[in-house]
Structure formats: C-alpha cells, structure tokens
Design a protein around this ligand. Structure first.
Ligand code: SF4
Ligand code: SF4
Length: 367
C-alpha cells in the first residue's frame, strides 16, 4: 500500500543517478530479452491450451445436445473457471475430508494456484492465468499506440485497488458462514453439477450488459496496465494475500544499486522497486521483469527465505512452475481426483433441461 504517488506521464526527477556500465548493460539486455521470452512462451502455451479446452468443451456440449454419440471427452480443466465452487470444495475438504467429486479439477487448479502464489509470489497470475496474459498484451498494445501507459493517480489508485479485496471479502464471508452441510448440498445441487455449462453460456449466450462490460474492461486495459488484475480480480486478490505471507521476494542490494530506476519502470504494477530493500507488495506477480531490467549484476534478485544465497532465475522459476503443475495434474488423474463423477449420460440428461427453474443457482432460487 505504500507505493509512490505518480503524476500521469510525468518524467521522474533524480539528481544523484549514476550511469550503468554500457558494456555490461548490453550483455544483460541480450540475456534479458532471451529470458523474458520464456515467460511469454509459458503464458502463450497456457493461453492456447485454454482456448483449445474451451473449443473442446463447446464441441462436447454441442454433441451432448444432439442425440448421436459423444465423440469428444469433456475436458476437466474447464473447471478452472469455477473458483467459487473450488473454494467451497476446499472448505468442505479441510473440515470433513470429503473431496468434491463433481468438479474436482477446479479444486486441483485452485490448489495449485494458491500453492504457487504462496511459495513463489503471485506467480500463477504472472505466468499461468490466461486473463492475466490477455491483460498484459492489451496494455503493451496500448503502450505501443499511445506512447506510454496511463498511471492512475495515487488518490484514485488506492480506493480502486481495494475493490478486488472487497469482492474477495464478500465471497469469503459467504463461504465462511456457510455450514459444511449447506456447502455439501450446494456442491451436489443440479445447478452445480452443470455449472460448467452455465459458465460456457456466459460467453456463448452473452447478454448485451455482459458484452458492454467486457468491452469497457478491454478499453480500460489498453491505457492502464493490468486493469482487471490490479483493481477487480478477487482471484488475484486471494493469490496476492497468500504471496504476502510467503517466503519469496525481490531483494535489492542497495550497496551496489546505481539508482537508475529501470526496475521500477519495468514493473507492470508500478511498484517502487528502486526504493525498497525488499518488495513485499501483494501486487508482485513474480514476473521478474524488474530483475531482468536491472543493469547491475547481483543487485536485484528473487530469493526465498530459508534457501540461503540461492537466487531464482527466470528459467528455474518457470521450469519449477510447469513441472509442479504437470506433476499435480498427472497425480490427480491417476489417483482419481481429476475427472468429474458426472457421466456423459447424466450430463446429457441435465443439459436437455438446463433452462428449467430446477437449474437456477440455489442462492437465487431462495430469494
Ligand atoms: S517487475 Fe518485479 S516487483 Fe514488479 S511485479 Fe514483476 S517481479 Fe514483482
Ligand atoms: S535495483 Fe533498480 S535502481 Fe538499482 S541498479 Fe537495479 S534497476 Fe537500477
């Protein structure tokens, strides 16, 4: 919360800035662009796979609507877009040991995101989240066309940033006050058993209001860096809070720092990296753009408490994130914690009556 107050587009004033060694800077810049590509690759692979999963699910639902055979498999990873159900599932599991068999992949994905963010900053957001990938491309596109991104003034930035915590607080409050019996009943309800279809309809049967809201979000994401992630995403808010208590952080060696401010300029969240000994902000998504931008060797590094002097490189971080994810999904699959218990026959039967009042959200039904 203690980020700098900045005037939009205003150049920074600094009097005692030392110059980086040009030769070393060039070398590091070459290494930087090579390393930075790794994160983009991970982001794009995850994004492409997500689109592929969405298309496969669309085909599955389409075939289930018809009376012929269903030729594609329902992709469990589509449940990654059901985080509220996954949170409920985790509460039920932690308090009773019951694993939600209806949308188990949702729990695996949320569990991975939480663990990765707890251990390695909000790295799920910076490396995996497809919405984060789109957000990042949008502000970079905006910067290309507008010349720079707009920095929201401090007095407006703080209240806007609290929105995502309010949203998270609301969901957390609803889930925390729900008794485990009520959670169990919700996770077994007709609505939840087919909530992945409801989520698909959010896009394929988009209302005018949804279309307008999405368009506004896209437009705001062009001039403002990570508009959705920074101000509105409750999922990111939860990951940020986990990262806040985690052991990994960006550490600056102020003894050899030359105050060039490149790190702060590179940070997608405008964090004052050049002023801190240690970046602890819940906004830090572990992208490591700041360490890559730093022209002085061993000045800005990502380190984990308890791991001595070991430093995270982008390659190590990316490799570990991918290996843990693949390993977790594989383990969940072979132990029966990944695939939904909803069979093709049940899915087809429920799909035919999906628009009936029987499939309205239980919370809405009660009102
Ligand atoms: S640039 Fe550095 S401080 Fe900023 S979000 Fe990325 S890792 Fe965190
Ligand atoms: S830590 Fe930041 S301000 Fe210091 S030398 Fe590196 S990029 Fe420049």
């Amino acid at each position: 919360m203690n980020e700098k107050t900045t005037i939009p587009f205003a150049p920074k004033q600094k009097t005692n800035m030392k110059k980086p060694d040009e030769r070393l800077t060039k070398k590091r810049e070459k290494r930087t662009s090579e390393s930075a590509r790794l994160r983009y690759w991970v982001q794009w692979v995850v994004f492409t796979v997500t689109i592929g999963i969405g298309i496969q699910f669309f085909i599955y639902v389409h075939q289930a609507f018809l009376d012929g055979p269903i030729r594609v498999m329902r992709p469990p990873a589509v449940e990654g877009f059901l985080p509220i159900g996954a949170l409920m599932g985790w509460k039920l599991f932690l308090l009773t040991g019951i694993w939600d068999a209806v949308h188990p992949a949702a729990m695996v994905i949320l569990g991975y995101a939480g663990f990765a963010s707890l251990m390695l900053r909000k790295s799920f957001c910076g490396w995996f989240c497809p919405v984060g990938t789109v957000s990042e491309r949008l502000w970079k596109l905006g910067r290309r066309f507008l010349g720079d991104n707009f920095i929201v003034p401090f007095w407006l930035d703080i209240p806007l940033r609290s929105l995502k915590y309010l949203l998270l607080g609301f969901f957390a409050w609803v889930i925390l006050k729900m008794p485990t019996e009520a959670i169990h009943a919700f996770l077994q309800s007709p609505y939840y058993r087919i909530s992945d279809v409801k989520m698909l309809f959010f896009f394929t049967r988009m209302s005018m209001t949804t279309a307008v809201v999405l368009t506004i979000l896209v437009l705001l994401s062009l001039p403002i860096r990570n508009f959705w992630c920074r101000y509105l995403c409750p999922y990111g808010a939860l990951m940020g809070l986990l990262a806040l208590v985690g052991p990994t952080r960006i550490v600056r060696n102020s003894q050899i720092c030359i105050d060039c401010e490149r790190c702060a300029k590179a940070c997608p969240y405008h964090l004052p990296v050049d002023k801190k000994e240690c970046v602890l902000s819940p906004e830090c998504n572990g992208c490591m753009d700041c360490t890559l931008a730093c022209p002085v060797n061993k000045t800005l590094e990502m380190k984990t408490k308890g791991m001595g002097k070991r430093v995270w490189s982008l390659a190590k971080l990316g490799t570990l994130l991918v290996i843990v994810f693949v390993g977790l999904v594989y383990t969940a699959r072979i132990t029966g914690h990944w695939k939904s218990s909803v069979t093709d026959q049940e899915f087809r039967m429920r799909l035919k009556e999906v628009d009936s009042p029987h499939y309205v959200h239980p919370g809405i039904k009660r009102k």
